[in-house]
Structure formats: C-alpha cells, structure tokens
Design a protein around this ligand. Structure first.
Ligand code: NAP
Length: 280
C-alpha cells in the first residue's frame, strides 16, 4: 500500500517507521506544512517521497492525518472533497468537533477516526521512534459512520503493528481521554510551574530532583502547539475533570491542616488501587 502521512512529526513519523518496517506500507509519502520537517523526515528515512497534499491524496491508498487537532479541522473537509476510494485515518487526541465538522460530507464514509493511545513528551520528525505503538491500544471512533471496507483496512493497519482496538463513540472518547490523558498533562504543567517558582529562591533544588520528580513532571515538556488545540476542543470535559482534581487536592490540603494522618493514610491506600488499572 502507498500511505501518505500528513504531518510528519512524532506520531506520523513513528507510524511511518512502523508501517514500513512491518511491510504494511510499500511506500510512504510525506506531507508537512514546514519544509524543514520534510527535510528532516527524508534525512531520517521516515518517508520515501514528499508531495503536496493534492498529489499525495491522488497517489495514495491511505491518507493518515497526524497534524495538531486544530489543523485537522481545517484540512479534513478539503481532503474528503478530493478522495475517491482512498481511506483517510486521523490520529488526533480529540474527536467530537472534528466528527461534527464532517458529519454531512458526502464522502464521510471514507474517513475513519482513530486515536492511538501512545506518545511521548517530544514532538517533530526528530522525535519519531520505532516500536512506539507496539502492544498499546488504539481507539476507533463512531465506526458506524465509516464505510465497511474503510474500517476493515484501518483494522488491518492497526493489527499489523500490532495494537489492541477499542471502539467508542466520540463523546465517550473525549470524556475518557480527558481522564486518562488530558488532566495528567495539566497536572504536570502545574507541578512544573510550582517547582520552577520555588527554584527562583533555591537554585539547588534541581540537583535534588530524583526519579519520582522526573517521572511525575515529564509531561510538562510537551509542546503547547499540540496541547492548546486539544484543551480548546475538549474544554468542557477537561473542566469537569479538573474540578474533581482540584477537589482531591483540597482534600489532601485540609487533612494536612487538621493533621489527620489516619485519613491521609487511607486515601493513599485508596489511590494505590490505580495499580489494578495500570497493570491490565
Ligand atoms: P508533532 O510532533 O508536532 O507533529 C505534527 C506535525 O504536523 C508537525 O510536523 C507539524 O509541523 C505538522 N503540521 C502542522 N500543521 C500542519 C498542516 N496544516 N499540514 C501539514 N502538516 C502540519 O505532533 P504529534 O505529537 O505527532 O501529534 C500529532 C497528532 O497526534 C495530534 O493531533 C495529536 O493530538 C495526536 N496524538 C498525539 C500523541 C502524543 O502523545 N504526542 C498521542 C496520540 C495522538 P510544525 O511542527 O512545524 O507546525
């Protein structure tokens, strides 16, 4: 198959490496808004050839849309205008707005909405790595609105990696990802700011930073270019989860003020139940 990757950054580039390596893709065509990204992608052999968007659509069997989610809103309708039998797959982190935008498009069936649940805090073609998706889960969204053959090709693509697949509707997807992904980023940004503020007074603090600190604050290295469009599109769900998170922080604060360490102990024990989710 010939696969066009539109937005050859961390996710698009990693997918390109994987699908070329496992033989699912014979040729990868790269499309990106920035010349420099294309040059890096060629140097790193992420893509075989570069094209403009229209040519890439014409020459490909599958078009993978892996730009930030605000750009997807702009370019997906135009891609749908141009496709015949090709399949378009997006890998964006939010779904409701994008799916609403194209719900009445006459070619809607050629598009399959997906969200591979894997990533790192880095971005751009230099961040693309092999094996990023191995054994992880991908969400397939609102499949009833996609053509059966387009869904079948998409499932084969993710099976080839291999990735587990979970089917959800767009609203459930956006709520679940607010819980398992978006809130942890806000939490990490806030923690980084907290510590950076403190560091202004005590410049040795980073010498003391250990594994626990690094792993908790790792996501704060993520790019605002990718995250602001996500928070803009999933604002209501993220606000709900953030309110709950602030309540939990306030609970810990109040226990500390009251020196109620017995309840604090129980809350930590309760939070340890997260092992059940993370080990499955
Ligand atoms: P990324 O590394 O920044 O890659 C996005 C690429 O798209 C960049 O090369 C960017 O160029 C380019 N681009 C921007 N606008 C474009 C346009 N209109 N046409 C063509 N190319 C364009 O971001 P990423 O982390 O791979 O994320 C890509 C998508 O995957 C996002 O929708 C994100 O929500 C989703 N996702 C991310 C993760 C994660 O953990 N990172 C996980 C799952 C899904 P410039 O950088 O020069 O603007």
């Amino acid at each position: 198959m010939t696969i066009a990757i539109v937005g050859i950054g961390l996710i698009g580039g990693s997918l390109a490496i994987t699908l070329k390596e496992n033989g699912f893709a014979k040729k990868i065509i790269g499309v990106d808004i920035r010349r420099e990204n294309i040059d890096k992608a060629i140097r790193r052999r992420l893509i075989d050839e570069e094209r403009g968007l229209e040519e890439a659509i014409e020459e490909s069997d599958i078009i993978v849309l892996s730009t930030p989610v605000d750009a997807m809103l702009q370019i997906l309708p135009g891609i749908l205008d141009l496709v015949e039998q090709q399949v378009i797959i997006d890998v964006g982190s939010t779904k409701a707005q994008l799916l609403d935008k194209v719900k009445d498009h006459p070619k809607r069936g050629r598009y399959v909405a997906t969200h591979p649940m894997a990533g790192t805090e880095y971005s751009g073609p230099e961040a693309a790595i092999p094996n990023l998706f191995d054994g992880k889960c991908t969400v397939l969204v609102d499949l009833d609105d996609s053509d059966a053959d387009a869904v079948a090709v998409t499932r084969r693509l993710f099976d080839s990696i291999p990735m587990r697949q979970v089917d959800l509707d767009r609203h459930s997807h956006d709520i679940h990802t607010a819980y398992v992904s978006h809130i942890s980023h806000i939490s990490s940004f806030a923690l980084a700011l907290t510590v950076l503020e403190k560091e202004q007074d005590e410049d040795r603090i980073f010498e003391l930073a250990s594994g626990g600190f690094s792993s908790t604050v790792r996501l704060a290295k993520s790019s605002p270019d990718m995250w602001i469009p996500i928070f803009r599109q999933n604002r209501d769900n993220v606000l709900d989860v953030l309110d709950e998170h602030i309540n939990q922080l306030a609970r810990f604060r109040s226990l500390l003020i009251k020196k109620d360490f017995d309840t604090f102990y129980k809350l930590i024990e309760e939070s340890n139940q997260i092992r059940k989710i993370l080990s499955s």
